[in-house]
Every structure is written in C-alpha cells, then in structure tokens.
Design a protein. Structure first.
Length: 295
C-alpha cells in the first residue's frame, strides 16, 4: 500500500510499503496555486494561468472550475434605456480520474469587457476556465438596450447575460420580448423592462428582470471558505434609468470570482454621456485531495 502525506513546507511524501518491516520513502512535490490544508484535505487554489505539477500519481482529485463572468452593456448616448448585466461564470465540478506524474496546464478565464463607445453596446463574453480536458463556460454578456431575441440564443453562457432596457420593436402582444440569455452551466439572465436592464444570471439563482426604470438584481453567488472566503458566480445588476452611471465593477475585490459586470445606467433623455458597462471578474480552479490516500 502507499500513502501521501503533506508536510509543513507543502512537500508531499509518498510512502511505499514494501513489506511489514521495510519502508522505501520517495520525496516529491505536488505544486501549483495557493496550497491550503483543512483537516485531512489539501486544496490547490488557482487564480491565474499556471501549471499544476504532479511528480507522483495522484488518485482521483476533486475539482471545481468556474469561468470568467460576462461584461455588462453600456448605456446609450442621448438614450433613456440602460444596459443589461453580464452573467456569472459557469461552474463544473466532480472527481477526475487519477493524474499521472506530469505537468497540467491551468487556464483561468478572464472576465469579459464592459460595453463602451458611443451609444448602447453589448458587453463581451467571459472567458472559459480549462483544466485537463474540462471546461467551465464564460458568463454571457449583457446586451444593449433594445435588443430583441429568444431565451435560447445570443448571450447565453455559463450563466446567462441580462437583457438591456427595451424599445418599441421589443414590445408586442402586451409584453416585452427582450429576454435574458440562457444559462448553460448556471441560471438564466433577466429580461429588460421598458428602460431598466435585466440582471445577469448567477450560480444560485436567475437574474431578475428590470422593473420600469429600475434594473434587475443579479443572480446569487456560491461561496467556498478556504484561505479566504471566495464568492463565485454572481450575476451583475442591470442598469437603471435617469441617473447616469457606469456598470458595477467587482474587480477590486480579489475574492469575487466569476462575477458578471453590471449594466450601465442611462442619464436620461438629452444626456451627452455614454456610460460604460462593468467588466466581469476572472474565474477560479480549486483542486482537492486527501492527505492520505491508499494506492
């Protein structure tokens, strides 16, 4: 039988039991990311692109991949309608097959850019997070005001992006048809109202629809309390009307991972300013395994 032990200097000792009396110790390391130990579990937390190095077979590690959040839409020049918010990054989790000795690339998806430029413009999709053939999908972008599309198309993503505030061509049969994007690894984004943007979908709930001049709240996050409390996959808030403001930007908070950017709020009719959408935040990869493993 063999066992893996983690020492105080983060070195992994692989112990091979040849028989009852003779032990052969092979010292190596399993490195990459920030290493955190809780009880009998070791966590490797990756916040940026890196290499996971395994110098002895690692049995069935568990993984949580979260992608970058989508960017929110900008709010238009001389426009009363606000931008939809970006969706949170998608999540996949489970137990992978044993990893043989070697090097494994970790790619952490960046958040999508917020919409910018003159007028109402979409944000951009969040980037995927990948590891060992696994892919978490980037959050859907927040759509610009007046966009008309089905729930099944356009700004779908890990979590769906919110729709921008509506326009006349999006209103028919007594209802607004500027739906939010579909969540493929999370929840759907919210529908825009006549002027307020829809909230981005999150990992715990849907983005809420805009309500009149008010933007919808983003879908809720999930959290992992490790070396710090990581909050992951929240949808951005939709923009609101009459008070010009750029979309919410969560990038100053390193513990917020895979957040969607907020939709920009319009300055009302006659405003000469274009307000930019908020960018999404980068994703995260969490790998974990037990300190002692039977080979």
């Amino acid at each position: 039988m063999g066992y893996i032990y983690l020492t105080e200097d983060d070195k992994v000792i692989y112990n091979i039991d040849r028989d009852d009396d003779v032990l052969l110790y092979e010292t190596s390391s399993i490195s990459g990311g920030t290493i955190y130990t809780s009880g009998d579990t070791v966590y490797h937390i990756f916040l940026e692109d890196e290499t996971f190095q395994v110098f002895t077979d690692l049995l069935n590690p568990e993984y949580i991949l979260i992608a970058g959040g989508g960017g929110g839409a900008s709010a238009g020049y001389y426009d009363e309608r606000s931008g939809g918010a970006g969706g949170g990054g998608g999540l996949i989790s489970g137990e992978t097959s044993s990893l043989n000795s070697g090097y494994y690339d970790v790619i952490i998806g960046n958040g999508g850019n917020g919409g910018s430029g003159v007028g109402s413009n979409d944000g951009s999709q969040g980037e995927d997070t990948t590891f060992n053939g696994l892919t978490a999908l980037g959050g859907g972008y927040g759509s610009a005001a007046g966009t008309t599309f089905s729930i099944t198309t356009t700004n779908e993503g890990g979590c769906g992006g919110g729709s921008g505030g509506g326009s006349g061509d999006a209103y028919y049969d007594g209802a607004w048809h500027n739906n939010g994007g579909k969540g493929l690894q999370g929840y759907n984004g919210g529908k825009g109202s006549n002027t307020g943007g829809g909230g981005g979908g999150g990992l715990s709930s849907v983005g809420l629809p805009g309500d009149g001049y008010d933007g919808g709240d983003g879908g809720l996050y999930i959290s992992f309390n490790l070396d710090i409390n990581y909050q992951c996959g929240k949808g951005g808030p939709g923009g609101y009307s009459w008070i010009g403001k750029s979309g919410t930007n969560y990038n100053s908070f390193p513990q917020y991972r895979g957040y969607g950017g907020g939709g920009a709020s319009s300055g009302g009719s006659g405003s000469s300013t274009t307000w930019i959408g908020g960018p999404g935040t980068p994703g995260i990869l969490i790998l974990s395994y037990k300190i002692s493993q039977q080979k």
